[in-house]
Each structure stands twice: as C-alpha cells, then as structure tokens.
Design a protein around this ligand. Structure first.
Ligand SMILES: [Zn+2]
Length: 316
C-alpha cells in the first residue's frame, strides 16, 4: 500500500512537473483590439524583451479580407506566433494568406514560424534588404538574442525568412483589400516598410513610429526616421499602429516626429557651437520633458545624442 502511495505520489509529481513545463512554454495571452471594421491588433506590453514579458512586446496586426487573413509582424518567437494565431481564431476561421514583416528586428517577425506551421501556403513579404540581412546572419542573431533576453523561454524558435520582396510604391491586392507599401530609406533600420491598408484607413508604421517607448536608434538615421514620420503623416490615415505602444490617430506620428526632430535639431545647434556629446546632455534632456517617462528614455537618450553627433559628422 505504502509502495502504491509512493508510486502515485511520484506519478503525481511527474504529471505536475510536466504540466508546469507545458504551461511555462506558452506565451501569455493578450487581448485583441479592433481598430477598423476588418483590422485588429494585439497590443503588446511596452518594454524591451525580458523574462517578464516572455520577449513579447510588439503589436501584431490582422486584416481580415474576403479570402483570408493578412498578418503583420506576428511577434518575437514561435511561442508568441502561436498566441497570435490563437487570438486570431477567436474572430475567424479563414486561413492566413499573407504575412508582412515591417523590418529585420526579430521582435517583430520570429513569430513567422508559427504562422507557416499552421498555414504552409502563406506568402511571406518584406523589404528586400530585410530578406538579405535575415538570410545573412541577422535571423540567427535575433533568435539567440531573444533566447538570452528571455532566459530560454523562446527556445525552439527558428528564423523563417520572407521570400517576396516589396519595394516602395508596391501594392498587394488581397480579398478586396489594398495594401500599399512605403519604404523610406535610411529610417529605423534600413529595412523598413510601412503598410497602408487603404480601405481601412490604417497605417502600420513599424518602428519608424513608436508611442510611449523610446526607440533604439543604433540601426537608424535621425534624418531618415524623421522623413519616414513625415511620409506616414502625409497619408492622413485615421489610425496609426506604431511598432511598440498604443495605436492612435496622427498625433502618435507627430509626437514621435517631435521627439526625433527636437533631439536632432538641439544636438545640431550645440554641435555647431563646438560642444561635445557628453556636454550636451542636460540641455537636450531639458527639451524632451514630455518623453522622460517613456521606458528606455534614461538608458537611450545619451546614446541617441552620440548617434546624432556621429550622423552630423558623417554628413559633411
Ligand atoms: Zn525595430
């Protein structure tokens, strides 16, 4: 009897352990937000990839067409991609026909794997430079970075790289919807596309526009990113989806444009006075008061100033 009890207890422990491993492998659910009659996003938490957010912190989007679903940026891992599909299935059983990735940073596209697992015929699209870089090491680097930042949570993720290149001015017509592509050069990552869903008056801006979170500008140029914000604003869409943070109207774009242009113009003025980057910080920070509560501000602003100085030096 005692032996039986011990066996049952150990079986029980084993099942509990298996259960918790299984539970730990799943990405936490995040709710859908409807932005337009056929357009939804899952707004990820605002922050950087971490154990706490399981690496998930972007804004995956769905556009439901007559023939199927166009998915934009399905998240940072196979786990987040599966969560994204689970939310999608609460609103439609239509298959995913296309996946569009806004740029090469893996927090936006490593979820492709989950979509292709479920819908092997889905067509994956991105900027040609994103496809090139992702195939030449950036994909593997992002897989490793995500695994490190989440302490192994995203293990099992592989880079499924888009194959169809979309250039500036290209259009995709799918199930009665028009997706117009804008590829401003030298913006957030040199691999960026922004997507206008014409009939819905929605723009997916990728990381060219962020809301309530500071960008990493290491792969960006200030001049190019400022110009990209102007391209987005000129579309005059009803709704803008930033790469991170809440969606909203044109104010979301203008607000991020103001951050970038205020910083860049202030650095330019101080640079012309002969100041060095570390001597500029107090003056620049004083001009950016509305942004000081955005996650990443105190970590990134010094780096943004140095990058802006480098960009100005390289321009001459
Ligand atoms: Zn990015």
């Amino acid at each position: 009897m005692q032996k039986f009890l011990r066996l049952s207890l150990s079986l029980c422990c084993l099942l509990l352990t298996l259960g918790s491993v299984q539970a730990a492998e799943q990405q936490r659910d995040y709710p859908l937000t409807r932005l337009a009659p056929h357009t939804y996003i899952i707004q990820g938490p605002v922050g950087y990839p971490s154990v706490e957010n399981q690496g998930f912190m972007n804004n995956p989007g769905f556009v439901i067409t007559r023939n199927g679903v166009v998915v934009i940026d399905p998240g940072s891992s196979v786990q987040s991609g599966r969560m994204v599909l689970k939310q999608l299935r609460t609103i439609t059983r239509l298959p995913v026909t296309h996946v569009i990735n806004t740029h090469v940073h893996g927090d936006h596209w490593l979820g492709n794997q989950a979509i292709v697992e479920a819908y092997p015929k889905a067509v994956l699209m991105a900027h040609p430079e994103m496809i090139r870089l992702a195939n030449n090491g950036a994909g593997a680097e992002w897989v490793a970075l995500m695994e490190r930042s989440t302490n192994g949570f995203t293990r099992g993720t592989v880079a499924v790289v888009p194959v169809v290149a979309m250039n500036d001015g290209a259009e995709l017509k799918a199930g009665g919807m028009t997706f117009r592509f804008y590829a401003p050069s030298d913006a957030h990552s040199h691999t960026d596309i922004m997507i206008q869903v014409v009939e819905e008056s929605v723009v997916f801006a990728g990381d060219n526009v962020l809301n309530q979170r500071i960008a990493r500008m290491d792969d960006a140029t200030f001049a190019g990113n400022i110009a990209a914000c102007e391209v987005a604003a000129a579309i005059k869409a009803k709704v803008y989806v930033p790469g991170h943070g809440p969606a909203g109207d044109i104010k979301v774009v203008n607000n991020f444009h103001t951050y970038l242009s205020t910083l860049f113009n202030e650095v330019k003025a101080l640079h012309e006075q002969g100041k060095l980057d570390f001597e500029m910080k107090d003056a620049v920070v004083a001009r950016l008061v509305p942004y000081q509560n955005w996650p990443g501000f105190s970590d990134e602003v010094g780096r943004h100033i140095s990058l802006a100085v480098l960009e100005l030096d390289n321009a001459f």
